[in-house]
Write a protein that binds this ligand. Structure first.
Ligand code: NI
Length: 136
C-alpha cells in the first residue's frame, strides 16, 4: 500500500542544516526527506506513550568473552528462562575467546527491553545493542 505523502516546511539555522546534510550523506541518505522520516520514526519508537502494551520484535546483539567465569552459562540460563520471547539465536565464534550472539525477540516492548537489559548487564558482556520494531 502506497501511503500519501504530506509536505511541510521547517525553519532551521543554516549551520545546523549544513551539518545535518553532511552527516546524512555519510550515512548513505540521498535525500533529506528520508533522513527526517527515519528520525521521526526513531523518536516515535523511543517515546511512544503506548510502549508498555505494544507488541514488538527486536534483535539483541551481544559480544562477550566466553572465558569469563560462568558467563556463557548465565546467558544460556536467561535464554531458557525467557524461551517464550526468544525466537532464534545466532552464535558466531569471533576468535579463541570472543563470541557474538544475535538474539531475536518477540513480545511486549517493555518485556523485550527488560530481557535485553538483563543480558547486556551480565558481567563480561563487552557490547550489547538492542534494536526494536513496532507500529507506534
Ligand atoms: Ni562462541
Amino acid at each position: 500500500m502506497k501511503e500519501q505523502l504530506t509536505r511541510f516546511s521547517v525553519s532551521v539555522e543554516q549551520d545546523l542544516l549544513d551539518h545535518f546534510d553532511q552527516l546524512i550523506a555519510t550515512k548513505g541518505y540521498t535525500n533529506r526527506s528520508e533522513a527526517i522520516r527515519d528520525l521521526m520514526r526513531e523518536y516515535l519508537a523511543t517515546n511512544s506513550p503506548r510502549r508498555d502494551e505494544t507488541p514488538a520484535v527486536g534483535t539483541l546483539t551481544l559480544v562477550y568473552d566466553h572465558h569469563v567465569r560462568e558467563l556463557a552459562d548465565k546467558l544460556m540460563d536467561l535464554q531458557h528462562a525467557y524461551h517464550e520471547h526468544i525466537i532464534s539465536t545466532l552464535h558466531v565464534h569471533l576468535d579463541h575467546s570472543l563470541c557474538m550472539e544475535v538474539i531475536v525477540l518477540r513480545g511486549r516492548l517493555t518485556e523485550i527491553e527488560e530481557i535485553a537489559g538483563k543480558m547486556t548487564s551480565t558481567r563480561g558482556v563487552k557490547r550489547g545493542k538492542l534494536l526494536t520494531y513496532f507500529q507506534p
